[in-house]
Write a protein that binds this ligand. Structure first.
Ligand SMILES: Cc1cc2nc3c(=O)[nH]c(=O)nc-3n(C[C@H](O)[C@H](O)[C@H](O)COP(=O)(O)OP(=O)(O)OC[C@H]3O[C@@H](n4cnc5c(N)ncnc54)[C@H](O)[C@@H]3O)c2cc1C
Length: 391
């Protein structure tokens, strides 16, 4: 009897794989196991529309319950996969249940990093990765008197814009000299910083949070390395993520900044694939150097690539990465993958609030960042695609 495909993780990539397998005519069993309760949902609104109360929990669902019945995919929610038995080709869940597989796909995503400082366990200190976290933050935002965010990355800045939209005082503490140092060009990052400052957000750059202070178990603020104190009763730690690679590591699969996969997205075990936030793969546009990308596009396209292979059409993964972020009135879209020291050229007028930054490695276009200009973003995706086409 065919055991079919078992997918560990009911996030963006796990969901897409189940859907794409059926779209491609896969007829063996498809089972999704996720440690979060409920059905697969979208994470991007968690730091945007959901916190603003513009989307409710039903609106977050990727598909309604009837979808999984229709495609005949079994979803086991609220259950962790504890162990993989590679020799017997089965996984063991926390409940003790054992699920055999013909092919296993690790779509385990990532876990928010926390701060190793005193006071991290105080009430009012949150991270933002899953629906539970977002519920907690939404509820706290409604009664907070001041907010501090540690980490000026995308999630930190999206949250800052939401807090200012609610007229809450907000301080953003960032260890490096500017926001989004690794993710964005200097001109675009500076523009966004100016925008946030115009909303009333206070930045503390090149600053370290040394401790979270509190009273009676509740956070009251941050102490920075220079001795200054920031008062806040909601503190969101947004300092990046760690890939969920423990399952793979425990059974000897190659792991380095995520579960290593080849260009077909296979791990070092040909019966196991990995995708999305948990996987590091050879990046065709970057000369084959290994990257791990945290974006919806990457999880979705990698899921489609694996589904095609499992349905008999193996093709190397070669897609232009793209990403978006919404911060107040700023809609940022990125295509490609830049290196921090790639050259930047501005196209358009930043003062108009609509412009792009083109990034170049030597003469080669590596990425395009577009602000409030979806047409420029689509042109960038087209311009970057030929570099990925098979010779
Ligand atoms: C707040 C927030 C905002 C974001 N905004 C954007 C955005 O604007 N644009 C964009 O492109 N991307 C955005 N992202 C990133 C995007 O959501 C992720 O890149 C995407 O969800 C990755 O999909 P995935 O399937 O790899 O992992 P996930 O969606 O994280 O799913 C992994 C699932 O596996 C589960 N899991 C882990 N280990 C086990 C186990 N052992 N057993 C069972 N289940 C397990 C996890 O709990 C999780 O449910 C955002 C992410 C967050 C958190």
């Amino acid at each position: 009897m065919a055991h079919g495909v078992v997918i560990v993780g009911t996030g963006q990539g796990g969901f897409q794989l189940a859907a794409s397998l059926r779209e491609s005519g896969f007829s063996d069993p498809v089972t999704l196991v996720g440690d979060e309760p409920g059905l697969p949902y979208q994470r991007p609104p968690l730091s945007k529309a959901f916190l603003q109360g513009k989307v409710d929990e039903t609106g977050l669902l990727l598909r309604p319950p009837s979808f999984y019945e229709r495609i005949n995919a079994r979803v086991i929610g609220g259950m962790r996969v504890e162990h993989i038995d590679r020799a017997a080709r089965c996984v063991r869940l926390t409940s003790g249940m054992v699920l055999p597989y013909d092919h296993l796909v690790l779509a385990t995503g990532a876990t928010a990093r926390t701060l190793a400082v005193s006071g991290s366990d105080l009430s009012g200190v949150c991270v933002l990765r899953g629906l539970d976290d977002a519920r907690r933050i939404r509820e706290r935002l409604a009664r907070a008197s001041a907010v501090a965010v540690v980490g000026a990355g995308f999630i930190g800045l999206e949250l800052a814009a939401v807090a200012r939209g609610m007229d809450l005082p907000i301080h953003v503490v960032e260890a490096t000299a500017r926001p989004l140092l690794r993710a964005l060009s200097e001109p675009m990052a500076r523009h966004l910083q100016d925008f946030h400052e115009s909303l009333g957000t206070h930045f503390h750059l090149s600053s370290q949070c040394d401790a979270i202070e509190g009273e009676s178990g509740q956070a009251t603020g941050l102490r920075l390395r220079d001795g200054s104190h920031i008062a806040a009763d909601l503190i969101v730690v947004a300092v990046g993520v760690l890939p969920n690679d423990r399952l793979a590591r425990d059974v000897g699969l190659a792991v380095s900044n995520g579960i290593e996969v080849d260009e077909l997205l296979l791990t070092t075990d040909p019966a196991i694939s990995a995708l999305g936030d948990c996987a590091s793969f050879p990046f065709a546009l970057g000369g084959g150097a290994r990257v791990r990308i945290e974006s919806v596009q990457n999880a979705v396209d990698q899921a489609r690539c694996i589904a095609a292979r499992l349905c008999g059409q193996p093709l190397p993964y070669a897609k232009v990465p793209w990403f978006w972020s919404e911060q107040g009135l700023c809609r940022l879209q990125m295509a490609g993958l830049a290196h921090p020291d790639d050259r930047s050229e501005i196209e358009g007028d930043p003062n108009s609030g609509r412009f792009s930054v083109l990034r170049f490695r030597g003469d080669q276009l590596s990425a395009v960042e577009s602000l409030n200009d979806p047409a420029a973003h689509m042109r960038a995706r087209k311009a970057l695609a030929p570099a990925l086409a098979p010779a």
